[in-house]
Design a binder for this molecule. Structure first.
Ligand SMILES: [Zn+2]
Length: 88
């Protein structure tokens, strides 16, 4: 059976996946690269959670200095902000 255009909005960037916040913010093509780049700049190897909610819950790294961990905490907020602004 052919699948017609469903009720689900497709992501307008990759046209492949459902346009969910999780997809747009952390999974869609270039975003994923951005996250990976960012994490590696902190020297972090991280298993990527599927959901934004989990990402924020797990956004803790032990052993960062005080200054770096302050920056680290701001990273997802800034990135979401940028991506969201770009999207709209
Ligand atoms: Zn996409």
């Amino acid at each position: 059976m052919r699948r017609g255009r469903s009720m689900v909005n497709r992501c307008n960037l990759c046209k492949e996946n459902e346009e969910s916040a999780d997809h747009i913010l952390i999974h869609c093509g270039k975003k994923r690269e951005l996250w990976t780049l960012l994490l590696s700049s902190f020297g972090v190897v991280w298993v990527f959670p599927a959901l934004v909610r989990n990402l924020l819950l797990e956004w803790k790294i032990k052993g960062l200095g005080k200054k770096r961990s302050a920056v680290w905490r701001l990273v997802p907020i800034c990135l979401f902000w940028c991506i969201w602004g770009e999207q709209n």
